[in-house]
Design a protein around this ligand. Structure first.
Ligand SMILES: [Zn+2]
Length: 189
């Protein structure tokens, strides 16, 4: 998985200026994994293999990071895929998507950092009387800190060091800094 992240440009090594103003030696942009659908399909299959034992009825992902992932995982599992999105700041199921009471749901997200979006989707599923039986992600960058109170499966754990500019070792080495082109980089999911 690590090789796949590097090969697709989803994981870059260097000296990066994050949108928070902090610096990092690594940069992850999971959307790149799905740029080549053949790679995206492989990722979907790998995560589906880990989630199969939970026998879910539906795979739900928060937009944007969970949209394609939910689709490829659900296709592998032979179940339905949906995505949740924010409406006036609240995570909601729009577009006619419906989860029925007692259905078993997997919540998937590309990168889990704080787990905030996943937890909001879990709440949404509970409000509908259904059950979140597992959470899945491609990358866990929470360093084991996140607790979903349900089984959590991921494909790779990544430690992405983040430095205050004045204590950045890469600045100390005078390495040129790169500002990645997207705010997506530092989203707290
Ligand atoms: Zn720096």
């Amino acid at each position: 998985m690590l090789e796949l992240l590097k090969k697709t440009g989803a994981l870059l090594e260097g000296h990066f200026l994050l949108s928070s103003g902090k610096h990092s030696s690594r940069y992850v942009q999971c959307a790149r994994l799905f740029e080549d659908p053949r790679v995206g399909d492989v990722v979907g299959k790998l995560l589906a293999d880990k989630l199969r034992k939970y026998e879910v009825d539906i795979v739900v992902g928060p937009a944007m990071g969970g949209v394609i992932l939910a689709y490829v995982v659900a296709r592998e599992l032979g179940v339905h895929a949906m995505f949740a999105e924010r409406e006036n700041g609240k995570m909601s199921l729009r577009r006619g998507f419906q989860i029925l009471p007692d259905q078993k749901v997997a919540v998937v997200e590309d990168v889990v950092t704080t787990g905030r979006s996943v937890k909001e989707v879990m709440e949404l599923v509970k409000e509908m009387g259904a059950h979140v039986v597992c959470v899945g992600s491609v990358v866990d960058r929470s360093a084991g800190r996140v607790n979903f109170a349900t089984p959590y499966e991921y494909l790779v754990q990544l430690d992405l060091p983040v430095y205050e500019p004045h204590e950045c070792p890469l600045c100390a080495e005078a390495l040129p800094i790169v500002k990645p082109g997207s705010r997506y980089l530092e989203k707290n999911t």
